[in-house]
Write a protein that binds this ligand. Structure first.
Ligand code: KG4
Ligand code: ZN
Length: 374
């Protein structure tokens, strides 16, 4: 069954519940009007997100998070003209809460609604507040679940240069933080410790930088963080075996600084390669790891004058503003989903093609993906 109401360009409600943030936002042609992000801290003591706890918390919170976003926007629910929701990827139980809530709201009010790909939304997040963060660009998506390097000649045309072969970069931060005895999420903890330490006191590998074959070798752009994570754990074990608890704690800043430097060396180098191969002079980052202060400094300093777009932290980590923003673009392009839309933990990235690919043969074109207006 489809909702046969067309979109009139008015305010769009976006909902995000793919992981452990319950978030709602309202965007209009004037930009972001209202936004609430409720982070679930119930997962901290488990050192990672517990799917069942996340889904139940979304269910408890979704009503008042949406109400809060509408209040923040100063709009009654009657003013909403379209609905967008994360349909995947993410935790299935968590996704279902947001998706079904959005369907119910859209059905009850006879509104068009669309499902949004969470990582595509991370790529669009910068352009909420920065009109210049638009294609063509090199995109680097660095979150807890994904690591992707993309060439984006136009919205909706996503050419995958490289991705992780194992752990995502945020996942590596979280797991290494745990082996260093730090809290969850690990990224901010590693960053804080690294700020008091020195890289180079200890030595960790820089994975996937060895290829000398250039862009024809998939290893040129791909990532791998699992080996680095193991190397960091073995190094921590070794340091622990030679000292007591207080002695180990004193070494954590230098360990964290070396781990952070290893990750950033890889991210900066691969992004530089992508700029050289594509001829782009603009980089757009997205995902929680883009909050990292040292990463922000290094991207600005080391990429030869390329224009670097870094989302403000509240738009880098999971948020519904990016979902509402991309949903509005899709609605403007004439898309809307039926009420049979399902949540999909492996939701395919719309318009994603392997690189290199000519636009005439890309899967995006074959599928007839609509061009999304910027
Ligand atoms: O995008 P995000 O909020 O959620 C996912 O879509 O996964 O990213 C969360 C990830 C976590 O792994 C977290 O440790 C990492 O982003 N992160 C950071 C920092 N802040 C968050 N990593 C490094 N440095 C940070 N300051
Ligand atoms: Zn995310």
């Amino acid at each position: 069954m489809t909702i046969d109401r067309s979109y009139d360009g008015g305010p769009v409600l976006g909902i995000e519940t793919s992981c452990d943030e319950t978030s709602a936002a309202v965007v209009s042609r004037d930009g972001l009007l209202g936004h609430v992000i409720l982070s679930q801290d119930a997962h901290e003591r488990f050192g990672g997100v517990v799917p069942e706890i996340a889904a139940r918390a979304h269910l408890r919170q979704i009503d008042h998070v949406v109400r809060g976003a509408l209040e923040d926007a100063g709009l009654p629910a009657e003013e909403i003209r379209g609905v967008g929701v994360t349909a995947g990827p993410g935790l299935i139980g968590a996704l279902l809460v947001g998706l079904n809530w959005a369907k119910g709201f859209a059905y009850a009010r006879n509104l068009p609604f669309v499902g949004v790909h969470h990582m595509e939304a991370h790529l669009h997040a910068n352009s909420i507040e920065s009109a210049a963060a638009v294609p063509p660009f090199v995109g680097l998506l660095i979150s807890g679940g994904h690591t992707m390097l993309l060439h984006v000649p136009a919205w909706g045309d996503y050419r995958l240069l490289g991705e992780t072969r194992d752990d995502a970069v945020g996942e590596a931060f979280d797991k290494v933080a745990r082996t260093f005895g730090l809290g969850f999420p690990g990224g901010p903890e590693i960053e804080r410790e690294a700020g008091r330490g020195r890289a180079g006191v200890y030595e960790l590998p820089r994975p996937m930088l060895a290829s000398t074959d250039g862009p024809d070798d998939p290893a040129w752009f791909d990532f791998s963080f699992s080996g680095l994570k193991t190397a960091a754990a073995l190094l921590a074990d070794d340091v622990r075996s030679r000292t007591d608890a207080a002695g180990f704690e004193a070494e954590v800043p230098d360990l964290a600084a070396e781990f952070q430097a290893a990750v950033l060396d890889v991210l900066v180098t691969k992004t530089r390669r992508a700029l050289e191969s594509t001829g782009c002079d603009r980089v757009v980052l997205g995902g929680g790891v883009a909050c990292n202060g040292r990463l922000r400094e290094r991207f600005r300093a080391e990429l030869g004058g390329a224009e670097i777009h870094l989302p403000p932290p509240r738009l880098a980590t999971d948020n519904a503003a990016m979902i509402a923003h991309l949903a509005r673009r899709r609605l403007l392009a004439g898309e809307s989903a039926g009420l049979d839309l399902n949540a999909d933990p492996a939701y395919p990235f719309p318009g994603l093609t392997p690189y290199p690919s000519s636009s005439s043969t890309s899967a995006a074109v074959q599928r007839g993906s609509p061009c999304i207006p910027s």
